[in-house]
Ligand binder design. Sequence first.
Ligand SMILES: Nc1ncnc2c1ncn2[C@@H]1O[C@H](COP(=O)(O)OP(=O)(O)OP(=O)(O)O)[C@@H](O)[C@H]1O
Length: 585
Amino acid sequence: MKAQRLLADYMKAHWFLYVVAILFMMTANIIQSYYPKVLGDFTDHLQAAGITVSIIEKYSLLLLGIGLGYGVLFGVGQYVVMRLGRKFEYHTRGKLFGHFTTLSESYYSKNGVGRLLSFVMNDVTAVREAMSMGLNHTVNSIILLVSVVVMMAVSSIPIYLIFVCVLPLLVIPFAVVYFGPQIRKRSTKVQESLARMTESAEEQFGGIRVTKKFAVEPIMRGRFGKTVDKILENQLRLVRMTSVFQALLPFLGALSLIISIVFGGYLTIHNHISLGNFVSLTLYLRMMVNPLQQIGNVINAMQRARASLDRLNGLLSIQPDIRELPTAKPVDLQAADISIRGLTFAYPDSTQEALRDIHLTIGRGKTLGIIGKTGSGKTTLVKLLLRIYNPPLGTVRIGRDDIHDATLESLRNQIAYVPQDGFLFSTTIRDNIAFFNRESAFKSVEMAAKQAQIYDNIVEFPDKFDTKLGERGFTLSGGQRQRSSLARGFIKNAPILIMDDSVSAVDAVTETKIIENLRLSRKNKTTIIIAHRISAIKHADEIIVLDEGKIVQRGTHQQLLAEDGVYASLYSIQEEGTRYAEGHR
Ligand SMILES: Nc1ncnc2c1ncn2[C@@H]1O[C@H](COP(=O)(O)OP(=O)(O)OP(=O)(O)O)[C@@H](O)[C@H]1O
């Protein structure tokens, strides 16, 4: 859906309130346009009959009426429009967030969090401002201008005088046509540099611990400084352009006033027009300057909003690259083997193949171990099983069906994936563990914590399972974080559990206990364990060794040890390391 559609749909849904607000503001401005006429008449009265109490009473009451009428009607109209604007902002942010949730990992790997935030913050605000201010000012200005022109036309001020005085103001539309597109271009640049700053700030804050440990704060300040400098540079270019534009408008207003004083004054001296007409004319012209200036502001705001709308359109038009086929059916992973045939895969935008000609069957209820050098394609393989990326058609099957024929929900609901650096939310440890179902019984949360060997730590925390974790769970150590995220995977008790190097940060004794718990609790359930340490996978029914995206060895632990290959040499290095460590205890 296009961003303009969002805006149009919203306005259509609230058309009644908009009409009421516009009517209020129109009436307010019509009332206000009487003000110069009243002062003009007052001047004529003064000139004809001198000042009297009754004249003062009459005109002050009239002016009070105009003031009150304008104030109340305009105030209510403006309130309604502003309120609608804020609601639009709220509504649009919700829609954008909804869209974000549909986008796949490849989008997030290319766009930083800061950039995404900037859509939700800066762009939505720019559109809201243009919408509220635009409507307010446009209605006010147009109605006031029309009323003033009508009032002048029906007054006894000669038309030729009005025309000559208004002449400089007619330049305004041309100025708008000239400046508008340039302002828009510069606004786009400002929005883009704001997005880059938010992105940089997010990254810098995220990496603040690393920065502190390496004492490279000046580099960090320098990097951030560059993004801020760029904003300043772009903003100043925008400000220069808008300032010239906005200064031009009052200048033209002043010019028309000067003409009215010179020409109108001349006509008054020679009794061609009354003194009251002369006063009214100058006041009318003065009254036209503000609305004209406001129209200029509205055009600026509209240009900014157009730039933001274009960015939002770009975002909303991105189609998630992982989509479900209309014919997709739920699958039952408990009842089917997974077979991979001739799977070769390269990441989008990458020419290098991350996986090459993989043939593998993961039998139901079996445990598969995956080992291999860093970057050998282990995580890629499981990402394809989860359809975080799309495997080529026909290469991955669940039972007899292609994985593309499965609904994403059924697939992901039946797989518990535990990554190496499991993200923890700023909530209680209990909610973090029971993430997939917040309603899980406390008993199951405790059980999962025990299986992941984190229970003993949690009961020592100040509020035990109700301990709130800080931003990203920083109050926990690396190993505790990893085990909490492991508990989150265990509690799901899913037909398939994938542990992606998720015991790397625990000591050997804890690892052995976790693996033992795993074997007991996951009897007859499929488990895939990716690890760098052989100790974590040696019990598996089958182990594959990946190297540069290819399976170079496969078999049980014993079979692989018997072969002269990567596995056996890795084993002897790791064993030697363990013996060495034990010898030095
Ligand atoms: N999103 C991505 N876009 C492009 N290339 C990627 C992406 N993710 C991984 N790669 C590349 O794909 C290859 C395999 O990466 P993968 O993460 O599967 O390795 P791994 O065996 O899990 O490594 P590790 O043991 O370090 O976790 C690497 O060369 C990596 O650079």
